[in-house]
Every structure is written in structure tokens, then in C-alpha cells.
Write a protein that binds this ligand. Structure first.
Ligand SMILES: [Zn+2]
Length: 255
């Protein structure tokens, strides 16, 4: 069984609401405007932490990246940086555009990594945890890094997915501008969709560079939040077991 690609908020169940394969025909020159027109036409959400890949045609991403580089060049000029003569910033616009589209924000523009789920033939129902999974994200407010780790706990349902898939899906979800509170919810939605566990828990511990680099300049503060669903929510002992397993994983990591 292979999962469907659409993501949480812009999932398109309705066959009539397929993305417009046009925009160019309408004479819309800029890739960003064509993509926005399709999103608006379908009433799809395109918030910073949404995935919009199903509204982007395969050859449009490179075009979008060039457009972003143009705007970044405008930004550098507006910051009164002499990009024509400064060898250090000469190609910064192109580098940053590539970094946004292909790396740091790729989870907005690329489709979900393929995840195959398997039937839980042995009817496993003991909980297990996966972690630490490295979290690399950026805050929606300042676009500076959020770096940390997350742990995922599962009480399996009727299907299971491979362990490495949790890390791949997490990377895809976190590679968008986020606020931490929403990031765990979006990851939980995706994992529920992929393997429908009886119980799910996620703990995310991260440092926010908008607190380290600027503002209060607190170098060591981290934020920890969690989400528990299904049996983890209803059964306090299971929830306790999940937090205890994660604590053991963390202790093992320190040694
Ligand atoms: Zn911030």
C-alpha cells in the first residue's frame, strides 16, 4: 500500500478539484503568480508550513528558483550591498534561492517521500519509539534556524512503516518555515495518515536561533513540546511509558 501524496490542509479528495494544468495559457508570466493562481482557484491553503507541490508543474520549480534569486538580488541591493563589486555576495542571491527551494524549504515544494506501509501481520501492539531524529527547520517569524531533535512513539495499528521512513517524513515536514507548536501537529497528522497507529506520541526539543542570534540572545534556551494521540492520550500509563522510553533513549545518547 503506498500513501497518497496530498498533505493535511490541502488534501484534494474531490476529483473535480484537480490542479489547473494551465496558467501559461492565461499569459501569466511569473511562475510564482501561476502557482498562486492555481492555489486560489482550488481554494487551497498556502501558508508557510503547507506543502504546495501538487500545484507546481515539474519544470516550474527551476523557474521559481530563478525568480526568487531575482527578488533576493533586489533585497541585497536594497540593503545597499554592492553585489556588482563584492566578490563575497556576487552569487549570494542564487545560493540562497537554491537553499530555500531545494533544501531548507523543500518540504513546501517537493512531494512527500514515498512511504510503503505493510500490514501488521503479527498484530504487534507493544509501543516502540524512534529517535532522536534530527530536526532542521526555520522559524516562520524570522526565517532563521530551528535545530533540535524529535522522538516518535507508536502503538501499531493495522499497518506499519519502516523505521527510516519516520526520519524521511519528519525531514520533509520540518523543511518548511514553522512555529514549533504547529510543526509537531503537522508531523502527527502525516504519520497518522501513513500508518494509522492505535497510539501516537511525538516529543520535539529544539533551539530557536531567533532567541540565540537576536532578541533576547539566550544561547541555551530550548523549547520542548509534545503531542499525544489515540491510546497515548486516553491511557495515562501508556503515555507514561512513552515518555520513559524517550528518557532512556536520551540518557543512552549522553553516555
Ligand atoms: Zn523567530
Amino acid at each position: 500500500m503506498t500513501s497518497a501524496i496530498p498533505t493535511s490542509k490541502n488534501s484534494l479528495d474531490d476529483a473535480n478539484k484537480l490542479p489547473l494544468q494551465n496558467g501559461r495559457q492565461d499569459g501569466i508570466e511569473k511562475a510564482s503568480e501561476r502557482i498562486r493562481a492555481r492555489l486560489l482557484h482550488n481554494g487551497a491553503s498556502f501558508l508557510a508550513n503547507d506543502n504546495i507541490s501538487e500545484y507546481i508543474e515539474p519544470d516550474e520549480l527551476q523557474e521559481l528558483q530563478s525568480e526568487v534569486a531575482d527578488r533576493l538580488r533586489d533585497l541585497l541591493n536594497t540593503l545597499v550591498i554592492d553585489i556588482d563589486n563584492d566578490h563575497n555576495t556576487e552569487e549570494t542571491a542564487e545560493r540562497v534561492a537554491r537553499m530555500y527551494i531545494q533544501e531548507v524549504f523543500k518540504g513546501r515544494y517537493q512531494r512527500q517521500p514515498r512511504v510503503t506501509s505493510f500490514p501488521n501481520v503479527k498484530q504487534l501492539d507493544e509501543i516502540y519509539t524512534v529517535g532522536p531524529i534530527t530536526v532542521r527547520s526555520a522559524c516562520s517569524h524570522h526565517l532563521v534556524p530551528i535545530m533540535g531533535h524529535c522522538w516518535i512513539g507508536i502503538k501499531p495499528g493495522t499497518t506499519v512503516i519502516g523505521l527510516s521512513k519516520f526520519a524521511r517524513v519528519a525531514d520533509w515536514v520540518f523543511s518548511r518555515p514553522h512555529i514549533q507548536e504547529e510543526a509537531v501537529m503537522i508531523l502527527a497528522d502525516e504519520i497518522e495518515r501513513l500508518c494509522e497507529p492505535q497510539g501516537l506520541g511525538i516529543i520535539l526539543k529544539a533551539q530557536h536561533y531567533c532567541m540565540k542570534l537576536r532578541g533576547v540572545k539566550e544561547a541555551h534556551t530550548s523549547m520542548v513540546n509534545s503531542v499525544v494521540r489515540g491510546d497515548f492520550r486516553h491511557d495515562p500509563s501508556l503515555k507514561q511509558e512513552f515518555f520513559e522510553l524517550v528518557r532512556q533513549q536520551e540518557t543512552a545518547l549522553v553516555r
